[in-house]
Write a protein that binds this ligand. Sequence first.
Ligand code: PXL
Length: 430
Amino acid sequence: MNVLSIGGSDPSSGAGIQSDIKAFSKLDTHCLTVITAITGQNTSNFGMVEPVSKNILENQLESIITDFKIDGIKIGMVYNSEIIKTLYHHLKKLKIPIVVDPVIKSTTGGMLIEKAAIIDFKKFIIPLATIITPNKFEAEILTKMKINSKNTPEKIAKKIQKMGAKNIVITGIQIKNKKISDFVLEKNKKYYITDKEISKINRGSGCIHSASVLYSIVKNKNIRKSLEFAKKNTFNSIKNSKKIGKGIAITNMEESNEVKLLNSINEFTKIKNIYKNIPECQTNFVYSKQKPKSIKEILGISGRIVKAGKGIIVAGNLTYGGSKHVATALLVVNEKFPNIQSAINLKYKKETISKIKKIKLTTYDYDRNQEPQNIKKKESSIEWGIKNAIKNSKKFPDIIYHKGDFGKEPMIILFGESPEEVIKKILKII
Ligand code: PXL
């Protein structure tokens, strides 16, 4: 997936273009960029702004648009009327989702748009928006109205909709009992999205919010689902923010499950002689959402990790529902031990089992010979086996194994809270 972020450069990488590159790469999405202005700023102060010339803006746009298939666009800082009109001219023909984050002032107080350009912003940029994501302050500036009991969020959002944006979310509108609400106006729908408040001043949360909205829309999720995802992701990124400079903390997005699992699969392929631990039926490596209801909520490889000579290759893509057996084992374990969200299957070897026992990993086993015939029809053997193995357990399993049955290969399944932890355990036992 390729998205295009149009906005200003922030050398502290807390907001703007640099923040978008970080955010999208954590979401496993390639972020193309068109820079509209260079800012000089850090976590305490906002220095200068220098907008780019029309020539270089056009050249950036043409370079990107003629080369890549772009799945969606995010527009942030646009600064002046020349930039606004040039963007409009190049983007008006594109039929892809556009998220507009109408940034006006930085958290540290710098102006991100010239006052005189706000009229053109409303005329040319707002009509491009599939969704526009102002915070309360930005919505008030755009409509020249203060939100109060007379000028309700709905009234203000309708005014922005009249300017041409299809969908509007006004963030941070209501704060009650440690909860914070965003007001949403779609074509024929209005509602609030409410979540926990987080009272931590930081830089870049608006950028992460709008980037997350775009990511989710491009993934074909509807407006409501996209905004719910964006709110959660922003909340977690604020919670995870880091004080890197001397001033305000910088928002820090956690990697997606996909990226975490991909990174660990990559680590796995690099382990020396790991091909010796791949069973005949090959290997899958899975990572579950929290509280999965079925294997459809467990990420796995749609193919397998397969032996290829003295190496291994990953055949297939990561998809939810991509694994059946290992995902079923994880589903059963997760029901009893909800922190366990990742698993991998490895070749059964006697020396591996003795090593596991020596280093005191928590190990359970089951005997496939004991499986009653009537169960064989009702549920999968693995479901029965794993349930049986942990039925009296007090502690979560690191390993569950069985020694096979007639025509059935013996197998080790290794569990952990995350793919990273699974890799650490593998390194201890092979
Ligand atoms: O968060 C809004 C924003 C967007 N773009 C740039 C910024 C900021 C805030 O500081 O500097 C370049």
